[in-house]
Write a protein that binds this ligand. Structure first.
Ligand SMILES: Cc1cc2nc3c(=O)[nH]c(=O)nc-3n(C[C@H](O)[C@H](O)[C@H](O)COP(=O)(O)OP(=O)(O)OC[C@H]3O[C@@H](n4cnc5c(N)ncnc54)[C@H](O)[C@@H]3O)c2cc1C
Length: 316
């Protein structure tokens, strides 16, 4: 009982990045517990998902062919059954919308302590989980009691696993009992089209510095000239100028682009929580003391209404 079981995630036929990150987190932990790393992939095209998930360090991939998209009842029952079969020491799940849907139900049913939103994991005679609190201002470490534990991990905190592995891939049979308590009626994307900013490589992100909605076309010109993806801080979404799926931050999305160009964004902790994983951060702000400059790799102290047209000209 020193194995690690990690649950992967997919949406609309594609594995999500966190599926490869949970491999890295799980492998590191399994090295410390001295056990094997098992993955669970539930629903969708499990065969091709299992092939992609067969990365270095994975010992086994268990597939449960049931349904296409996420379903609370299927995930809950499949993870519970796999847990009963494998008896792992630690159960890892993504701290995603889906993960936070089934993880508490699974932990409750299996009577496991559950720690959510982990940004670090350590095992030395027991599990210690690192979490962030007060809008990422404070880090806490939680020593988790019990012989078996459940943890949800934050996306973009561990690098994605790479390299082809030699995992055993096996279908896991589980009888899913229909439960009238919840019924999946379909899959609907949050407004704003099919753009997923968490997958974008170059993000132009705007904040309250743009002052009013009428100034959006200027930014859109820059987005076009740089072939970037448009995102924003929360006030822009709260004002209804951009849809919710463009919001970066603690209550928005976590992004990990190669370049994050922050325009007229102050760098509040709730915003930084969503973009600090970018490879290169460039900030444009009139205030030289804006906190965004503390984490920026390059900064332009200047008025965006002067800087952005020059950037557009340069890129065109
Ligand atoms: C529970 C909770 C969750 C939250 N979640 C999120 C979240 O997910 N994402 C998020 O972004 N925020 C979130 N917030 C809000 C957050 O605290 C900040 O209020 C927000 O990030 C500020 O957005 P901003 O940087 O666009 O605006 P401001 O803080 O107002 O900053 C605007 C910046 O623009 C600069 N500026 C002004 N004019 C110009 C100009 N002409 N040219 C260049 N620069 C200029 C200013 O110097 C300033 O630095 C959350 C808050 C709470 C309480």
């Amino acid at each position: 009982m020193s194995d690690v079981l990690a649950v992967t995630e997919h949406r609309r036929g594609e594995l999500r990045d966190v599926s490869f990150e949970v491999i890295t987190a799980g492998r590191n932990l399994a090295d410390e517990t001295g056990g094997d790393l098992h993955l669970a992939v539930i629903g969708g095209d499990t065969e091709s998902f299992a092939d992609s998930l067969n990365r270095e360090g994975v010992d086994a991939v268990h597939t449960v062919s049931e349904g296409e998209e996420f379903d609370h009842d299927v995930y809950t029952q499949a993870v519970e059954a796999l847990h009963a079969d494998l008896d792992p020491e630690v159960l890892l799940m993504p701290n995603s919308v889906n993960g936070l849907d089934y993880a508490p139900a699974v932990a409750n049913s299996l009577d496991l302590p559950l720690v959510t939103d982990a940004v670090g994991l350590d095992y030395d005679d027991g599990l210690t989980v690192t979490r962030e609190m007060y809008g990422s201002k404070v880090e806490t470490t939680v020593e988790v009691s019990g012989d078996q534990q459940a943890v949800t991990i934050r996306s973009a905190e561990w690098p994605a696993a790479e390299g082809v592995g030699d995992a055993e891939i096996a279908e896991f049979d589980v009888d899913i009992e229909a439960d009238d308590g919840s019924v999946v009626t379909g899959f609907e994307e949050v407004g704003g089209g099919d753009v997923d900013i968490s997958e974008a490589d170059f993000i132009v992100s705007i904040g309250r510095g743009i002052e009013e909605e009428d100034n959006l076309p200027l930014i859109e010109d820059l987005v076009e000239a740089t072939d970037a993806t448009l995102a924003s801080s929360r006030p822009i979404v709260d004002n209804g100028w951009l849809p919710k799926n463009r919001q970066v931050g603690q209550s928005g999305k976590v992004v990990t682009p190669t370049v994050y160009l922050a325009i007229g964004i102050s760098g509040a902790v709730q915003h930084v929580a969503g973009m600090k994983g970018a490879d290169t951060i460039i900030a444009v702000n009139t205030d030289p003391n804006a906190p965004i400059f503390d984490i920026a790799d390059y900064g332009i102290v200047g008025d965006l209404f002067e800087v952005v047209p020059e950037l557009i000209e340069e890129f065109e």
